[in-house]
Design a binder for this molecule. Structure first.
Ligand code: SF4
Ligand code: SF4
Length: 128
């Protein structure tokens, strides 16, 4: 992944148009597993690597901490994303021929400077 949007989100829509890879879904979207707040597709988010110096969604967000760090979308964290997908926390895309687009199928870029402690604790991306 990625970054994750929490229930602190006030659905203001400011982040959607900022994402360079269209990874953010509004509430009500059938691919969003959350009923009443926005969602970042972990299989799509690249943490803005090669697009900006910092995650653009978090720069646009008016809240304090609706967008937090999640684990890198890499094979090392395949089980993490797979389990949480089974739990309904994520809704990872099902590809017609490749199947579920887990990190073992396709990894994504991530910012290597972010500590595992910050990722595990879901630290506020705005503090980056
Ligand atoms: S960090 Fe960048 S790529 Fe990821 S959801 Fe936010 S704007 Fe999109
Ligand atoms: S900018 Fe922040 S508050 Fe607004 S929709 Fe995105 S995550 Fe939610």
């Amino acid at each position: 992944m990625a970054v994750r949007i929490t229930d602190e989100c006030i659905s203001c829509e400011a982040c959607i148009s900022e994402c360079p890879v269209a990874a953010i879904l509004e509430e009500g979207n059938e691919k969003n597993p959350n009923d009443d707040f926005f969602y970042v597709k972990p299989e799509t988010c690249v943490e803005c690597v090669d697009h900006a110096d910092a995650p653009r969604c978090a720069e646009a967000c008016p809240t304090e901490g609706a967008i937090v760090w999640d684990m890198p979308y890499t094979s090392e964290f395949n089980d993490y994303f797979s389990e949480k997908n089974d739990e309904g926390i994520y809704k990872i895309r099902e590809h017609k021929s490749k199947g579920l687009m887990l990190p073992s199928v396709k990894e994504q870029k991530f910012i290597s400077d972010i500590s595992m402690a910050d990722r595990e604790s879901g630290a506020n991306v705005q503090n980056f």
